[in-house]
Design a protein around this ligand. Sequence first.
Ligand SMILES: *Cc1c(COP(=O)(O)O)cnc(C)c1O
Length: 410
Amino acid sequence: MIKTYKVEDITDVMINKAENLLSAKFKQLEEISQYNLRKVLWAMKNNRLSDVHFNWNTGYGYDDIGRDTTECIFADVFGAEDAIVRPQIASGTHALSLMIMGLVLPQQTIVSITGAPYDTLHPTFGIVDCEGVNLKKIGAIYRQVELKNGDFDEQKIMEEIEKKPEYVYIQRSAGYSWRSHIDVQKINLMVRKIKAKSPKTMVLLDNCYGEFTEMEEPNVDVLAGSLIKNAGGGLVVGGGYLVGKKELITKISERLTAPGIGKEIGLMFGQTRNILQGLFMAPSVVKSAMMGAYLFGEVFEQLGYQINPTPRESNGHIIQAIQLESEEKLLNFCKAIQASAPVNAYVTPLPAPMPGYVDDVIMAAGCFVQGSSIEMSADGPVKPPYIVYFQGGLCYEHVKIALEEVLRTL
Ligand SMILES: *Cc1c(COP(=O)(O)O)cnc(C)c1O
């Protein structure tokens, strides 16, 4: 008997097949998520978190036990000595810029060993101009070592380390480029090699999109990220965090508030409960987003598209890149994602010019928190090979529904 499939049936069959192929990956993600949740639970217990910590105070915010406990919990989860976790930090870029401008002094050198930093940090490093104070204007020196085949170029890095730079900078996630993330084991090994050659060099790291994708977090001197990506579990309405060596976190906190004052002041505006509940949800939400990224990857690979990373590689950030090869497909992909969003599902995304991009960019996102990329979204520059970057998803069911919609639309 010849069986005729409806479109719906075909998408079902494809998705089921992909899920079966991914079952070992999904099991591994569950283990990572559980391990990370244990770390969070332990940190909350270790710091005797109780509901009194969800209160907040006014004015300067001296002796805010909720804020201090939140920062101790973050430090413990990341295995660090100290932390800054604040709603005043406006974004991931702000957290990273505080880290850099709070530490690097005139005449000192900072070397990025993962090529150019994320676009929004170019003004901070002085790669492009800005009105305000940046590394270039204070007379600090910035250099970068390009990646070699998507990995550390050890030889070139070590040539730089011979010159004993004060700081090294690493970006863990690929961000929006066709490369893979750099996994924590590799980062930690590189940090040990750097320290063996130049013990005084401090290693700073951009942890955006990387949190809780692996069992361990990078072992560096300071790392920073956003609370509206992985670490906020989709619940946090805004903010950033930094964790690391106490001495360095103190210096950074004096950049955040004022010299001599640092972490002692700053209100939480009632956000401690939200931030901690977000941290509690984060390992599970990151797992869902990773499962979604793998599912999209597997199905699109079966359909014959180039994808990055492939389901056989580990994905250490929550982004799945797919080369769609045609403008029409890119637009339709983004339309389908938008149509599956909980917020603004009725609008149609259109390509538009974006500051910092030569080509028009199309973006699909319908999030509860503006710009939150742990919530499901897709975007890409409208130029060959028409790569779409798909990320996020607070729950796996949502990603699956969106994938059905994408397959129907394409
Ligand atoms: C998102 C991101 C940033 C910047 O964070 P914003 O919150 O968007 O300012 C920096 N680096 C990487 C790798 C990112 O993914």
